[in-house]
Ligand binder design. Structure first.
Ligand SMILES: [Zn+2]
Length: 299
């Protein structure tokens, strides 16, 4: 550790105190504090993160951004970079893939939220991109239920679910009713990734007393650093106007770029918004209290 960093840290301890520094990251619960030591070594987190006046201002405004990163579980590009970011993420992990378990364990240790990234049939697109355990439109009610249960069982620490692809399935009331039902039984909420503008998920969720959580902005539908940076500006603007913003990015061919942009823009954004997990938003906005009626291994 360089002396300038030490003195900055010392000054911060004196003026703001460790308690305030921790309080400036309101989304990080007990598990994050356990791994706080890892973050204390992070130059960006300490030197550019929220403290002092900026933290107080951000806490007062309570503008919150939940960054969901999709497509974990297959060792895709940017996995390590994402799992090292010093802001709270929500990590959406596909079931039955080579790094499903390890990604979930690492993300949980880091204090990130873990959700199941459930493969669902799209209207268009290569069926090979779906991955194992996908829900397709021809399945019976029983098959759909079993697929959802098996996926939840396969992703440790999952507290919610969102859809991988799924432009066809998220418009299917029969199937989505079953998906939401199983999620509710297992204490999970469902985030509509909004791959289909005619999705029925929000309406169904509201009817079932579940939070109608949905993606607001895709981060990296175009794979350039400048586009992703522009999207992050849009995320900040959306959060400032609406008090919160849910955004979805990806690991994969563009994963390293997305992680790089997040790392670079986060410190500045933290002067105005807080990065929270998706569970923090569903609790704060919709008062969601999971009430599983079936045993779960995802605690
Ligand atoms: Zn996906």
């Amino acid at each position: 550790m360089k002396s300038s960093k030490t003195s900055r840290w010392g000054m911060c301890m004196k003026t703001a105190g460790l308690v305030l520094l921790l309080a400036a990251v309101p989304a990080f619960g007990a598990s994050a504090q356990q791994s706080y030591g890892a973050y204390a070594d992070s130059k960006t987190f300490l030197e550019q993160g929220q403290h002092g006046e900026a933290a107080q201002k951000a806490a007062k405004k309570e503008k919150k951004v939940a960054v969901i990163i999709d497509d974990f579980g297959n060792g895709q590009g940017g996995t390590q970079e994402m799992l090292s970011l010093p802001i709270k993420l929500t990590v959406a992990i596909m079931p039955f893939l080579p790094t499903t378990q390890t990604d979930a364990e690492l993300a949980h240790q880091k204090g990130y939220d873990v959700i199941v990234h459930m493969p669902m049939e799209p209207k268009h697109g290569n069926p090979k991109w779906l991955g194992p355990g996908a829900i397709t439109s021809k399945m019976s009610d029983e098959e759909v239920r079993r697929k959802v249960e098996e996926a939840i069982d396969n992703v440790p620490h999952a507290i919610g679910m969102n859809n991988h692809m799924g432009s066809k399935i998220t418009g299917d009331e029969r199937i989505m009713s079953i998906v939401l039902q199983v999620c509710r039984e297992r204490g999970l909420f469902f985030v509509d990734s909004k791959t289909n503008y005619h999705s029925v998920v929000g309406k169904l969720a509201a009817n079932m007393g579940m939070p109608p959580v949905a993606n607001h902005i895709f981060l990296d539908d175009s794979h350039t650093v400048s586009h992703i940076a522009k999207q992050m500006k849009a995320v900040e603007a959306y959060a400032l106007e609406h008090d919160n913003c849910i955004t979805i990015g990806h690991v994969g061919t563009q994963g390293k770029k997305t992680a790089e942009v997040l790392k670079n823009v986060a410190p500045k954004m933290q002067e105005h918004v807080s990065f929270v997990g998706i569970s923090d938003l569903v609790r704060d906005i919709w008062g969601w209290q999971p009430s599983p009626i079936l045993p779960s291994n995802n605690n």
